[in-house]
Design a protein around this ligand. Sequence first.
Ligand code: GLN
Length: 187
Amino acid sequence: MKRIGVLALQGAIREHVKMLEALNCEVIQVKHKKDLINLDGLVLPGGESTTMRKLLDRFDLLEPIRELAQQGLPMFGTCAGLILLASHLVDDEAHLAVMDVIVARNSFGRQVDSFEIQLDIPKIGIDIPAVFIRAPHIKAVGKNVEILAEYEGKIILARDNHLLGCSFHPELTGDSRILEYFVSSMV
Ligand code: GLN
C-alpha cells in the first residue's frame, strides 16, 4: 500500500484524503515535520498560497518539504499547491521553488468566476472534469517539463520528472483519474 501525505495546513484537504483512500492509499495528513517520514508521495492541495506559505513557515515545513522534493519524492501540487512548487512566480517570490515552471496567479478571473470544464488529456483519459477556482496557469516550462494539458492556450497540467502540477482542482469532482495517474505512474 502506498503511503501518501496530504499537506494539511489549509485548503481542500479532506477531498484529497477521501479520493486517495478510495485509491487504496494509506493517507497521512501532514501538519508537522514528523508526518513527512517514510512517505511515498505528497499532495499539496489547493487553497490560498499566501496563507499556506505563512503556515509552512510557522510549522517549519518549508525546508523539509523542499529537501524531499530535491531528493526525488513525488509531489502533486493542485492550484495553490502548483504555486507553492513553482521555481518562479510572476509578481511574487517563489515558495518551494522546485518545479521548473513559471506560474502566474489568478489567471482565470475571480472566485465568482469559478467554472468546470471537461479535459481530454492524452496521457490520462478523455472527458476528465476539472474545477477552476481563482486558478493559476503555467506561463512557461523548462526543457525537461512535459506539458500534459492546456486550456485556452494556457498550460494547466505539467510534469517535471517526479513533480506534477495543475491549475485546477481534480479532487472536487467524482473523477479520480488524475490522482490515480499521480499515484500509479509517478509514486
Ligand atoms: N488563487 C489562489 C492563490 O493564489 C489559488 C486558488 C486555489 O487554490 N483554488 O493561492
